[in-house]
Design a protein around this ligand. Structure first.
Ligand code: KG4
Ligand code: ZN
Length: 348
């Protein structure tokens, strides 16, 4: 069964063809990231306009790369939410139109759950991918860490899953992005902080870890504020000093140490929750997913601390893509929906 996946929840316009949920025939991603860099974050209107401009060629390219025609597509899967309303609308309206015009079943997919399914893509003939060798085993724990979400999921099967915990405030990727801003590092912040952290001492600055009633919930807003206070202190200023003036006074050494200490604390927080869940639920696999899963220190720290195999998608499948949408639609067996009625759900 060949599914065409379409993803437009944030700033990536993506289309991919996935066969039987695990074989990736194509994976096309066009990002409007460059257009947002000047603003230090995704501008919803710019993202939506960019989706309109590129979605048709992106879908056409996904079919060309997969070397198939419309007659070979068995279903269309599309991200229904969560995400930016204007961005989601372009993907959903395109998918609805195609489903009607080409007479294909239309399957709505939850973007956050779909991130985990990047780990189910185990084969491709596309060049430049290094895929997890093993197929995930249930029950599975899923740690989904991105710019919009930090969730720990327990999957008993593809259809039976629940959220063990999630962030009470900022997502971990959001915290990386905000810390990058405090340190004057370029957007997107995750990769910049990751790079700066490699040159710093993770023990240089002691930062707090949030303690919550549910041991599987996260909170990263206090950590981000603690980084700001530590930065002000290192710069010899008090808490009223404006954060946008800090990058000019902090030394490179101080920035590297702040980045390393922040990253280590964030990783420790995530790892402690996953280790606890591993003991409580005895999973067969642990699945890492989402943009922050691109962080090598997070991967190696988790792999070191866990007993069960940790599966990580190829870096290109960690950030937003449509192959995960095609894979999720196949395995989760979500029923097709009426293409005349499908609505976006930004807060899904
Ligand atoms: O999954 P994703 O592409 O989009 C969302 O659905 O949010 O995740 C993007 C997030 C951003 O916050 C970005 O800063 C973060 O993933 N990220 C990283 C790294 N690469 C991307 N965070 C930490 N380390 C990285 N190497
Ligand atoms: Zn995402």
């Amino acid at each position: 069964m060949k599914i065409l996946g379409i993803e437009t929840s944030c700033d990536e316009t993506a289309a991919a063809v996935v066969a039987d949920g695990h074989r990736m025939l194509s994976n096309v991603v066009s990002s409007s990231l460059d257009l947002h860099t000047a603003y230090g974050g995704v501008v919803p209107e710019i993202a939506a306009r960019s989706h309109i401009e590129v979605i048709t060629p992106v879908i056409e390219q996904a079919l060309v790369d997969a070397e198939i025609g419309w007659e070979d597509i068995d279903a269309i899967a599309v991200t229904q939410g969560p995400g930016l309303v204007g961005s989601l609308l372009i993907g959903v309206l395109t998918a609805r139109t195609l489903a009607i015009a080409k007479n294909k079943p239309l399957i709505p997919v939850n973007h956050v759950l779909a991130h985990t399914y990047a780990n189910f893509i185990t084969s491709t003939s596309l060049p430049g991918y290094s895929l997890s060798p093993g197929t995930p085993r249930f029950p599975a724990l899923g740690l989904i860490v991105s710019g919009g979400h930090s969730q720990l999921m327990l999957y008993k099967s593809n259809k039976d899953y629940n959220i063990l915990g999630q962030t009470r405030d900022d997502a971990v990727g959001e915290a990386f992005d905000k810390v990058a801003k405090i340190l004057g590092l370029p957007y997107p912040g995750g990769p910049s902080v990751d790079k700066a952290a490699a040159k710093g001492d993770p023990k240089a600055i002691k930062l707090p870890k949030a303690k919550l009633d549910n041991p599987y919930d996260f909170s990263f807003s206090g950590l981000k504020t603690a980084v700001l206070r530590a930065a002000q202190q290192l710069a010899g200023k008090d808490y009223t000093f404006p954060s946008h003036e800090l990058p000019a006074i902090l030394t490179d050494r101080q920035k590297h140490d702040l980045a390393a200490s922040f990253q280590q604390t964030a990783i420790d927080t995530l790892a402690e929750a996953v280790v606890k869940a591993e003991i409580e639920f005895s999973p067969g696999s642990i699945l890492l997913a989402g943009g922050v899963a691109a962080n090598q220190s997070l991967r190696s720290e988790l792999a070191d601390r866990l007993k069960v195999p940790l599966l990580c998608p190829d870096i290109k499948l960690c950030t937003d893509n449509a192959a995960m949408i095609g894979a999720a639609a196949y395995f989760m067996e979500a029923p097709p929906t009426d293409p005349f009625k499908l609505e976006v759900i930004p807060s899904l």
